[in-house]
Write a protein that binds this ligand. Structure first.
Ligand code: MG
Length: 353
């Protein structure tokens, strides 16, 4: 079975409400879908999300990378030796992790379809359903409290609270949200690199004064400040989750060895797809560090792939896969079922599209 065609298309999807973090404000998701056809007629799907603020990958750079570099380098390759295809995707060019992820996802979709099993079972099958949190955008305290109350009324038991622009107001945001939703709701605090070491130290110390159900603190400091992250880890009881600090499997080794995080956030768009994500899982597992499966503003195709990986592996214990839940529509039928907080993996082969 050989690859004979790689097609890319642009999709524009409207968000239910604007998505705001310490880094950006977005109203639409403009993603790129990949469709790979084999000589037997089997089709695999993938998706890339241009997130210039985090990965540096733009719509134009993703289209160029896939059409002019990645697709030509894997054309005519055989799915019988899919390891070679997956390695070629990673090695045919530097960086461009979102473009690589889209093609990598489509290859895994094809391989699992060829074996007649859903991808999560092909990769390990540890779980068949997972529970996601919902992201609460960075807004005024009142707006964030209202959004949190609404999310809990929809059934969410975990909320990802975006903070990181005004550190003193961040304390108020967290305290007021917890007060409004009650202590049964778990809060994941994501500063998106928005605090300095001094601010982070002050906030985490201050939070101890309030009754709070905080599970973790995500990427408090700038991605490059591994030393600062290690200091903050020493100073706080809260588990620190590394997100923007982790792209490659080698980043995981550095962050863990330097004591700069307690948990690792895997996103397919940062690491370049499922193949490197499995390497991250293996490294983290060998250190006894649990992983978190996240996503960018992505739609059903790549988030279904992330859900299959997350369900497959035991070391991935926490999930933030709310991308499809934030969108008004789904352009391609099939995939995992996103029923608010509950994500159910489909039993159709591959990703199920
Ligand atoms: Mg994050």
């Amino acid at each position: 079975m050989k690859i004979i065609l790689v097609e890319v298309s642009k999709v524009a999807l409207e968000l239910k409400k604007p998505f705001v973090t310490a880094l950006r404000r977005v109203t639409h998701v403009n993603d790129i879908y990949v469709k790979i056809t084999t000589d037997t007629g089997l089709i695999g799907y993938g998706e890339a999300a241009p997130t210039t603020a985090i990965t540096g990958d733009s719509e134009g750079s993703i289209l160029y990378a896939i059409e002019n570099v990645i697709a030509p380098s894997i054309m005519d390759m055989s799915l019988e030796s899919y390891e070679l295809i997956l390695q070629k995707i990673q090695k045919c060019m530097k960086k461009n992790t979102s473009a690589k992820a889209a093609v990598d996802i489509a290859i895994y979709d094809l391989v699992a379809k060829k074996h007649g099993v859903p991808l999560y079972k092909f990769l390990g099958g540890a779980k068949s359903k997972i529970e996601t949190d919902l992201t609460i955008s960075l807004n005024s305290v009142e707006q964030m409290v209202a959004d949190s109350v609404e999310a809990v009324s929809l059934g969410y038991k975990m909320l990802k609270i975006k903070v990181g622009n005004e550190y003193q107001k961040d304390i108020l945001r967290i305290v007021e949200i917890q007060k409004a939703v009650g202590m049964d709701v778990l809060l994941r605090i994501d500063a998106n690199q928005g605090w300095s070491l001094k601010e982070g130290t002050f906030i985490l110390e201050e939070l101890k004064k309030y009754p709070l159900n905080i599970e973790l603190i995500e990427q408090p400091l700038v991605a490059e400040d591994i030393t600062g992250m290690a200091k903050l880890c020493e100073r706080t009881i809260y588990p620190i989750l590394a997100d923007e600090a982790i792209f490659t499997p080698l980043d995981v080794i550095e962050v863990i060895q330097k004591g700069a995080a307690d948990l690792i956030n895997i996103k397919l768009m940062k690491c370049g797809g499922i193949y490197p994500a499995l390497q991250i899982c293996a490294i983290a597992e060998s250190y006894g560090v649990e992983c978190f499966m996240g996503c960018m503003l992505e739609s059903h195709v790549s988030v279904t792939a992330a859900a299959h990986l997350a369900a497959a592996k035991s070391i991935i214990t926490r999930y933030d896969l709310d991308g499809p839940g934030l969108l008004k529509s789904q352009p391609l039928a099939g995939g995992a079922t996103f029923n608010e907080q509950e994500i159910i993996l489909n039993e159709t082969p591959g990703l199920g599209f």
